[in-house]
Design a binder for this molecule. Structure first.
Ligand SMILES: CC(C)(COP(=O)(O)OP(=O)(O)OC[C@H]1O[C@@H](n2cnc3c(N)ncnc32)[C@H](O)[C@@H]1OP(=O)(O)O)[C@@H](O)C(=O)NCCC(=O)NCCS
Length: 181
């Protein structure tokens, strides 16, 4: 049984760069995401110093950030209803509900504060924990991309997953025979 952990979710601040670096460069977190194991902390310092349009949330235990989720809106214009999502929990805190809590916070943000209709991501096909978490948060598998990213020396497939809200199925209009070129 999981131990009861009080998880506080808040926005990332510029001074959280060291914590974000620790979360994303831990071996399992780096292998599960598309992050690099030896990323310089400076990369994260610069990222958090720029407000940008991304929404960066941290899951904290006893005030310490141990997980992060980033929602990246794809607008403006025709993809304004879409966002990409990336999430990681520091290796020593995985399996204790942090990811689930962050997903609840970020889907509430997407649904009720940003009005997004589509959240999309790629996940390695053997990442059972992440796939289970995404399915529970309402994501479906849309397809598979072969040899998508290098991981420990092998090109690994990913599933493309998305969570849709209020999108009606699109039906191609019938094309008259004389319109074919
Ligand atoms: C994927 C990740 C974000 C999940 O966060 P977490 O805090 O470890 O996950 P939680 O403790 O909230 O558990 C989420 C669910 O994962 C599932 N899960 C966990 N371990 C699992 C496993 N080995 N096999 C199958 N499902 C598993 C369970 O359904 C679990 O919920 P439950 O235990 O309540 O039934 C985290 O493990 C992580 O950072 N992994 C490395 C980076 C990564 O893979 N990011 C995703 C990139 S797409």
């Amino acid at each position: 049984m999981k131990k009861q952990t009080v998880i506080h979710v808040r926005a990332a601040e510029p001074e959280d760069w060291r914590a974000l670096h620790a979360i994303l460069t831990a071996p399992a977190a780096a292998a599960g995401t598309f992050s690099m194991p030896y990323n310089s902390a400076e990369v994260f310092r610069r990222m958090l110093a720029e407000p940008g349009g991304d929404h960066r949330l941290l899951g904290c235990v006893n005030g310490e950030p141990v997980g992060a989720v980033i929602l990246m809106p794809q607008g403006p214009a025709r993809r304004a209803h879409c966002a990409r999502l990336a999430i990681a929990v520091r290796d020593d805190w995985q399996g204790q509900g942090i990811g689930t809590r962050l997903m609840a916070a970020v889907t509430d943000l997407a649904d009720n504060w940003l009005g997004l209709a589509r959240i999309e991501l790629e996940v390695f096909v053997d990442n059972a924990a992440a796939i289970a978490m995404y399915r529970r948060a309402g994501f479906d598998t849309e397809g598979c991309s072969r040899g998508f990213a290098l991981r420990h020396g092998a090109l690994v497939d990913v599933y493309r997953m998305a969570r849709l809200r209020g999108i009606k199925p699109w039906v191609a209009p019938a094309v008259a025979a004389n319109e074919w070129v």
